[in-house]
Design a protein around this ligand. Structure first.
Ligand SMILES: Nc1nc2c(ncn2[C@@H]2O[C@H](COP(=O)(O)OP(=O)(O)OP(=O)(O)O)[C@@H](O)[C@H]2O)c(=O)[nH]1
Ligand SMILES: [Mg+2]
Length: 216
């Protein structure tokens, strides 16, 4: 029997080298966007990092680029409140998104950035893939599922990236993976491979670099 939604395989040497080169090259902060009208020209491959507040989006971008503070990461949920664009060479945009499912900030502020997040996820034509980050300790929750449904409706391919793998025991991985696989079954826009990562320890980072760099 084939497992639905297997783990992404380890990259071969040539692809890994492509990933390494791209992320060793220039990666720069371009701009923070607060309205759809502020998006940069849609002239290259774009991937974004979406997920609940505090799931580790900004930390993952820092791990990918090997820089501690390129994207602002913090223990305070709701740290990223704008759509932050980074350029990787001149071929890709990497996009750090505000988190969803965060209720502690003033209602009007949250509503504004959530609306922007939804417009972006549903309306950016050159968005090639949305990486949806899921905390490996928690699996897919209702708020995540709502975002996945939005991505289905907008026909945006999304790939699940499990984060903070270092925070749970390896023996607990399978149970979480089966919960995630079960939840993905009903999402036609789900890319059929899952990536397990730890920004802290480096797990999965090379694989994710390769996936981004070899995307055409
Ligand atoms: N142990 C461990 N901690 C992590 C990992 N990734 C992120 N964290 C921690 O989780 C917290 C939140 O990380 P961020 O990267 O700021 O999360 P975010 O998703 O960008 O959060 P918002 O911008 O608020 O939506 C920080 O304290 C990070 O150090 C990981 O792989 N392992
Ligand atoms: Mg962030």
């Amino acid at each position: 029997m084939t497992i639905p939604f297997p783990l992404a395989p380890a990259p071969d040497d040539a692809s890994r080298e492509k990933g390494r080169l791209m992320f060793a090259g220039p990666i720069d902060f371009l701009k923070g966007v607060v309205a759809m009208s502020g998006l940069p020209p849609a002239d290259r491959i774009e991937v974004c990092f979406a997920g609940r507040s505090n799931v580790g989006k900004s930390s993952l971008i820092n791990a990918l680029t090997g820089r501690k503070a390129l994207a602002r990461a913090s223990n305070t949920p709701g740290r990223t409140q704008e759509i932050n664009y980074f350029t990787a060479g001149d071929s890709h945009y990497l996009v750090d998104l505000p988190g969803y499912g965060y209720a502690e900030a003033p209602v009007a502020v949250v509503a504004k950035w959530q609306a922007l997040l939804k417009s972006y996820l549903g309306g950016r034509q050159t968005l090639r893939r949305a990486f949806v980050l899921i905390d490996m300790r928690h699996g897919i929750k209702k708020v995540d599922d709502e975002i996945l449904t939005l991505l289905d409706r907008s026909a945006v391919t999304f790939q699940v990236v499990l984060t903070k793998a270092d925070k749970i025991k390896t023996s607990e991985h399978e149970a979480i993976l089966s919960q995630v696989r079960g939840a993905l079954q009903k999402h036609p826009a789900a890319y059929p491979e899952i990536i397990v990562t730890s920004s802290e320890k480096g797990d999965g980072i090379e694989t994710l670099r390769t996936i981004i760099a070899t995307m055409v």
